[in-house]
Design a protein around this ligand. Sequence first.
Ligand SMILES: Nc1ncnc2c1ncn2[C@@H]1O[C@H](COP(=O)(O)OP(=O)(O)OP(=O)(O)O)[C@@H](O)[C@H]1O
Ligand SMILES: [Mg+2]
Length: 338
Amino acid sequence: MPGAIYAEGLVKTFGDVRALDGVDLDVPQGTVLGLLGPNGAGKTTTVRCLTTLLRPDSGTAVVAGLDVLRQPDAVRRSIGLSGQFAAVDEYLTGRENLQMVGQLYQMSARAARARAGELLEQFHLTEAADRPAKTYSGGMRRRLDLAAALVVSPPVMFMDEPTTGLDPRNRQQLWDVIKQLVSDGTTLLLTTQYLEEADHLAHEIAVVDHGRVIAKGTSDQLKARTGGERVELVVHERDRIQDASGVLRGFGKGEVTVEEHTRKLTVPVTGGAKLLAEVIRELDARGVEIDDIGLRRPTLDDVFLSLTGHVAEATDEDNGQKAGRAAQDRRRRKETTK
Ligand SMILES: Nc1ncnc2c1ncn2[C@@H]1O[C@H](COP(=O)(O)OP(=O)(O)OP(=O)(O)O)[C@@H](O)[C@H]1O
Ligand SMILES: [Mg+2]
């Protein structure tokens, strides 16, 4: 039986750009799929196709048991969506925004009011609840948009970069909200540029590049695929780097990487903790003092880099915000020099 979110062979072109080139996905009910990929990989396009906002050129998609192409209205009633760019009504207050969503979903005015109150509380927006959303900071808008996606508790949720622009505390709180939702049975597809977020929340990860899923698996499976462990150490004295490098070469399964300015050396290994103990004994025997040593597994960042050849990049929204700030600064400077 297909999962709560199922897609097969989704293709979407925009002129010459093949944004989706045959995306396949299958997300079991009550789990989180993390969609990772560099900028322009096709993540948002995938989300838009699955949420009926965009019609794919070909392929099939089933969400909450409903055919996305044939039953778009029913699909819309069964999903919640928080897009990459917060979609809040600037002129309404935070509270009005949430109440409006409730009423769109045919809640009674009273139920919508109560639900709005709960969400404002949960997303720490109570103080700002009665101010127009246009006075909100970027992070507040994002939180309001996420709250709006949660007004009704739909069985399937889509979140496109939900925590971009949130500070660490708000990000952590959103993670808690997401975990709660999922433990209550919600199925979630989320895209993110924060690999730690995928590591933390996603049961399965799909890496997308050039409109295709190029790798799929749990975080651990992807890490194992990328290749094993490495020993990382920091030498106490710069002039012992060569000696430490010699020791590591003897134990390693590949080249020793040296970062002169941090005195950090890294080498790929197999053999786990036992090997680590041997390395430490050998360093000690040669009198090489170390500040730090450890056995490191590949991170999801390493996985991403090795699969796509990119490091995870800042998003357009980040850049947009930065560009916006730079423009503001320029305007301010102009004003003061007038
Ligand atoms: N409406 C559109 N018209 C033309 N091209 C589009 C349109 N929407 C997306 N694209 C193109 O499709 C490709 C995939 O875009 P998409 O927004 O899905 O990427 P993404 O993975 O979400 O990237 P990001 O990490 O930057 O959000 C890009 O090359 C983009 O320029
Ligand atoms: Mg996107």
